[in-house]
Design a protein around this ligand. Structure first.
Ligand code: COI
Length: 360
């Protein structure tokens, strides 16, 4: 494993005074991690340095062809005073799957985990402790060759930044309203839908703007070919409880394999609840809502955690779920997942990884 050089800031910033007003992704900590790649040295020269702007050539390939990968994970200040990460190896594995799809060189998993643990340890006193808050970790890789031809870059930067966060949605745990999009599509099989990369998110913006204008906070995507089968929501995977069975779209190559999604499925199985990963058509969903078989709906994601869905709109039909309130099962999942993350619920599944703060 490579040794990380650490340069500490001499001008630490003021920490947020009111943890109830953090929101999502607006404040950044004192330090960042940077590692470089070139074909001669591979990934090399890992550093932690004061958080600062990066200088790139205007012709850097990331600006033109979007060759980049990103991840999202969180560190928690637990009730026992310890700091824990949630299933970081799943994010690292997914990051390298994305890297392969995007022709970015893979990052050695032990260097990746060490980078996260060390950066979180350096900025440990930035982790908020109010319930519902955490330190969001955003690792990303960008293509840096100064070149305008279309080909994989030869050089890259791997950067990690940290942001103390509260709820992703302004509504907090209050159920969100979701627009089922039947015009724009996000991804198709064989494309980059299962990679975590900016291109998938920019593809979602026009529909998100449309949904916002109609009073909906997120878009639920249908498959890109038949526009018939449910895929995922802008910032989360989607689950339904239909007649006592938990149902979620199966991974098919165009859906993001969420870490929280996998954890919801594991927990349902652990509790002995029937859970199905399969194709779900929007017609089946509408029918389940009409007959009352649709008992609950929620989204799962690192940023969104477990986010109850109170209403779904498809064409001109609005499906109210639980009268717009929080379902018992969504609440149980939220309490269990956040309980494990924050050390309030025993981690019998071995999902958490402890971080030891560094001496100053
Ligand atoms: C996450 O849940 O970590 C995400 O990356 C989703 C989003 C904020 C883009």
């Amino acid at each position: 494993m490579q040794k990380i050089q650490i340069e500490r800031t001499t001008a630490p910033k003021a920490k947020p005074a009111d943890e109830s007003k953090l929101g999502f992704g607006k404040i950044f900590t004192d330090h960042m991690y940077v590692m470089e790649y070139n074909p001669e040295q591979g990934w090399h020269d890992p550093k932690i340095m004061p958080y600062q702007p990066i200088v790139l050539d205007p012709s850097a390939m990331v600006f033109h062809y979007g060759q980049e990968m990103f991840e999202g994970m969180k560190a928690y200040k637990c009730a026992d005073g310890r700091i824990r990460l949630f299933r970081p190896n799943k994010n690292i594995e997914r990051a390298n799957n994305s890297n392969r799809r995007l022709c970015i060189p893979e990052i050695p998993a032990d260097d990746f985990l060490n980078a996260i643990k060390t950066l979180v340890a350096v900025d440990a006193d930035w982790i908020p402790s109010r319930p519902g808050t955490s330190l969001y970790i955003r690792p990303f890789v960008i293509a840096t060759d100064p070149f305008l031809g279309v080909r994989p870059s030869n050089t890259y930067k791997f950067i990690i930044i940290l942001s103390p966060v509260g709820a992703y949605y302004e509504s907090g745990l209050d159920p969100v309203k979701i627009w089922i999009e039947d015009d724009y599509v996000r991804a198709v099989r064989g494309g980059i839908g299962e990679a975590k990369t900016g291109g998938n998110y920019v593809a979602s913006l026009a529909a998100q703007v449309k949904a916002h204008d109609e009073g909906y906070s997120q878009v639920l995507w249908l498959d890109g070919v038949e526009r018939k089968y449910i895929e995922e929501v802008g910032a989360m995977n989607i689950f339904f409880k239909i007649n006592g069975t938990v149902v979620t779209p199966m991974l098919n190559g165009s859906i993001l394999p969420g870490v929280t999604r996998a954890s919801c499925i594991d927990l349902c199985k652990h509790w002995g609840l029937p859970v199905e990963e399969r194709r779900i058509s929007v017609d089946e969903l509408v029918e389940a809502a009409r007959t009352g078989a649709l008992e609950e709906c929620w989204g799962s994601g690192t940023a969104a955690v477990i986010s109850p869905v109170g209403a779904l709109r498809y064409e001109n039909e609005v499906m109210q779920i639980k009268d717009g309130g929080i379902g018992e099962f969504s609440q149980k999942l939220y309490d269990t997942v956040t309980g494990i993350q924050t050390g309030k619920v025993e981690d019998t599944l071995g999902w958490t990884v402890e971080v030891t703060p560094l001496e100053k």
